[in-house]
Design a protein around this ligand. Structure first.
Ligand code: NAG
Ligand code: NAG
Ligand code: NAG
Ligand code: NAG
Ligand code: NAG
Length: 385
């Protein structure tokens, strides 16, 4: 089983690199070409800094494109752009994650719905920082789809590390992983950033219907296959590779976690009661529990998973340990001036900072508000309760 998988990788790589050579020549080259799983051979390698740190800034729930026909809609986007510029100028992260609901798709027009992606890319392009994105329930609407947003992103910047899941379709293409290396020439990465598409929203067009609001069951097998390939090619993850996972809608297991929060252990805003639609597979009662295969596979197969990070519930910023999987979950910070909000919630980002590529040392994380105030700082390691 394991060795036949390895042969496929080697063959695939040889075909990729030596496509015009005859088959026998390929055979002889295969053994001398180191196998690679890195899907970004034409892009700069993401690496830790020379001082061994790596900083990720997460913009979540930007909700661009609301009410273009009123003054306040476009003004919200001016404000969100201001926030992005302020944060990027002072945080100078090594990588950015856009964690879904980039656009309020139910307000946008068929003819220009993805133009708002260009507005979101402008501060990122100006700062010249690589990034990737997940998509949310507001990114699948009558006039917009996850796939259209990703395609717009990929065609309007070279900084995007987002990939399109081959069989994800229009509404769930945003599932992939991104490797980060300790040093430029390392054989294997030190950190894998996983992104999962939790679907949601409604299908495109005139006869729109509600879409599933969870990571597809089939992704469980994919996680198992990808982690097996990584182990085969790069060696076991245990001592060598850490991981972070991003998914717009929180896994349904977070519902029970919310009921036991303690503001000392779980600092950060807790203003959004988790109810129907707040976590995966809860919008339609007949979907109950359908994200469990994903949740099981993620936690069983991805080693050194420092945290699972979601947006979606704008009034929440807390982190907490999910006891059934013994994994830390964190909310993002609502970044956009669009989308629902309430007095005192404000806008900001979540930062995640690694002090070393060693996967046994967890990163620090905290909320940074638009004008620089920080709070809810914790370390994502085994000592976190
Ligand atoms: C999209 O089109 C609408 C309707 O014509 C317009 O009001 C809006 O400003 C346009 N948005 C962008 C980003 O161009
Ligand atoms: C934009 O930001 C300013 C300054 O924070 C605020 O006073 C205003 O209400 C915001 N406008 C919108 C539409 O979000
Ligand atoms: C979608 O786009 C069309 C064409 O611009 C527009 O008439 C309609 O109001 C938009 N929104 C929805 C929800 O259909
Ligand atoms: C929507 O449904 C109606 C009625 O079944 C059908 O006539 C129409 O062609 C459908 N439109 C689209 C865009 O599928
Ligand atoms: C919250 O956690 C702190 C620190 O562990 C503990 O001292 C406190 O008793 C807890 N509060 C409640 C209400 O459980």
């Amino acid at each position: 089983m394991a060795s036949s998988i390895k042969v496929e990788i080697l063959t695939g790589l040889a075909l990729f690199g030596l496509g015009c050579l005859a088959a026998p020549a390929m055979e002889s080259r295969i053994m001398s070409v180191p196998p690679t799983l890195d899907p970004y051979l034409t892009k700069p390698r993401l690496t830790f800094r020379p001082d061994n740190t790596f900083k990720i800034t997460i913009f979540s729930d930007l909700h661009f494109g609301e009410n273009a026909w009123d003054a306040w809609g476009p003004q919200q986007d001016v404000n969100s752009t201001r926030l992005m510029n302020l944060v990027l100028a002072s945080e100078k992260p090594d990588f950015i994650v856009l964690n879904g609901d980039q656009i309020t798709g139910e307000n946008t027009f068929r003819e220009n719905s993805t133009v708002y992606i260009d507005e979101i890319l402008a501060p990122i392009n100006a700062a010249n920082i690589p990034f990737c994105s997940t998509q949310g329930n507001h990114d699948n609407q009558i006039n917009i789809t996850h796939l259209e947003e990703i395609q717009r992103e990929l065609s309007h910047t070279a900084l995007s590390y987002t990939r399109i899941f081959p069989s994800g379709g229009e509404y769930a293409p945003g599932t992939y992983w991104v490797p980060v290396y300790a040093h430029q020439n390392d054989f294997q990465p030190a950190l894998i950033i996983w992104a999962f598409d939790s679907q949601g929203g409604v299908s495109e067009g005139a006869n729109s219907t509600a879409l599933p609001d969870y990571v597809e069951t089939s992704i469980a097998n994919w996680i198992q296959q990808e982690t097996q390939l990584m182990d085969e090619v790069w060696g076991p993850a245990d001592q060598t590779r850490g991981a972070l996972a991003f998914v717009h809608i929180p896994p349904h297991a977070i519902q029970a976690v919310w009921e036991t929060l303690n503001s000392t252990i779980n600092p950060g805003l807790d203003a959004d009661a988790l109810g129907q639609g707040s976590t995966q597979a809860t919008a339609d009662p007949s979907s109950a529990g359908k994200d469990q295969p994903f949740w099981d596979a993620l936690n069983a197969n991805v080693k050194n998973l420092h945290a699972v990070i979601s947006g979606h519930d704008h009034g929440n910023e807390w982190c907490a340990r999910e006891p059934t999987k013994n994994v830390i979950f964190c909310f993002d910070k609502h970044s956009g001036y669009g989308g629902y909000s309430s007095t005192g919630w404000g806008h900001g980002v979540r930062n995640i900072v690694f002090s070393t590529p060693d996967p046994s040392v967890g990163p620090e994380t905290w909320i940074r508000m638009e004008y620089g105030e920080t709070h809810a700082r914790i370390t994502l390691d085994k000592n976190y309760q």
